[in-house]
Design a protein around this ligand. Sequence first.
Ligand code: ZN
Length: 217
Amino acid sequence: MKLSKHSPPSDSSPAQTLIAPQPDQHSALLLVDLQNDFFPGGALAVPEANSLIPLINAYIKHFSRQGWPILATRDWHPANHSSFVEQQGPWPVHGVQGSRGAQFHSDLVLPPGMMVISKGTDPKKDSRSGFDGTSLADRLEDLNVQTLYVLGLPTEHCVKHTVLDGCQRGFQVVLLTDATKGSDPQNDGAANVLQEMTDAGAYLAHSRDIGIPPFSH
Ligand code: ZN
């Protein structure tokens, strides 16, 4: 990697007080698994995930207007994928290539030419992180991206692992906390999940922190 590592938060102030960097021409927006199967009605539904869509569209619009890259990961499993219960895996059938559940939610306003990163395409391997077994890191390097703004579903699985992997690979990673949601309606452990990411060097930011106009839900 040509990218330089940034200092972990322990070098300076506690993670909670770190101010996230502002996006610029070396930034990209990464949409994690915004597929029907992770929205209500889907196989691995995140409760109330629909409520995020207007704000996610606002983030997309903001990055599009500036001409900054937008990429999206998706679960893109073969029908006999090893992560499915039928194959002794932990999950119900989801994200099957070409299925309705694997499509991006139709209320999202996705930019033309958006780069789509498919993961979990090998029947024998699962990919919780968007970097795992994909071209994501190469694409970002080609685009000269240094800072990755991450949103999507679900916080404690694919979002977290993508953030941790991004930090490990030397990217500056900002988790957009108001545009991610976890699967657990009780929210147990949500603070720990965020802590795990900030411990790895990720920043947490809210739409207002990075110049998205105030948004009414
Ligand atoms: Zn999957």
